[in-house]
Design a protein around this ligand. Sequence first.
Ligand code: NAP
Length: 251
Amino acid sequence: MFNKVAVITGAGSGIGRATALLFAKKGAKVLVVDLDSKEGSKTVDSIEGHGGEARLVVADVSKASNVQRMVKTILELYGRLDILVNNAGIFTEGSVVETVEEEWDRVLGVNLLGVFLCMKYCIPEMIKGGGGVIVNVGSEAGLVGIRNQVAYNVSKSGVIALTKSTALDFAENNIRVNCLCPGRVLTPLVEKVISDSEDPEATRRILSDDRPLKRMGTPEDIAAGILFLASDETPYATGTVLSIDGGYTAQ
Ligand code: NAP
């Protein structure tokens, strides 16, 4: 990982921030990509405070022009791009009847189109550099149906399909593409679900107890798996899906 240039989307919070901190600790030069400049800056400051190297790129991964600007900035800064972690994602609830089209488009736009766009514009630069590694952050919701989350469910299933087809398309270019599917992880995304519920303490308990390991994951639990897939420890892995979900999808 030492000296590699790693782009991590959604690195201003939760899993993305933990991944950025871990990658920087392992010697990577980290591009922190986020919509939120304040939170993105905090990640950069934290990395620099620990002696690491990081830069912030404020970008919306669901907009092609932003992603193109992101790639241009990375090339201006480092001249190359070795690792892409497509982590930025948003969550929404609702069945197929309740979900309005705008919400469907918003969720698919960030969670699926965003992954497509980042790969579309990063892969040609990786090819120029002789190869690269991509880790797409899916979800247990991409592997099994989950009630009342149709747009999120579909977006994450799409991420798995996108991972597999892209892995096949670019294997000969020395680009590995894998998907990490987290289970429930206590990040601001889940904290919001808990605080918005009628009985937050009961909700917190329920969200832990349905896991065989009887707890929610931590961002660091997931960052460790992303590092594994992005590192030289897994040179023969491509098109694969790794679940880190406290045993949820084993049930
Ligand atoms: P989080 O704490 O909400 O962090 C996501 C980050 O992505 C936020 O900083 C957010 O910025 C940013 N972001 C959102 N939309 C963006 C966009 N269009 N362009 C660039 N950045 C954007 O979420 P998390 O829980 O760490 O989740 C990270 C990933 O793991 C997501 O793909 C999620 O679906 C997946 N995942 C999470 C869980 C879980 O239980 N937490 C489980 C399975 C999978 P703003 O704050 O400004 O929106």
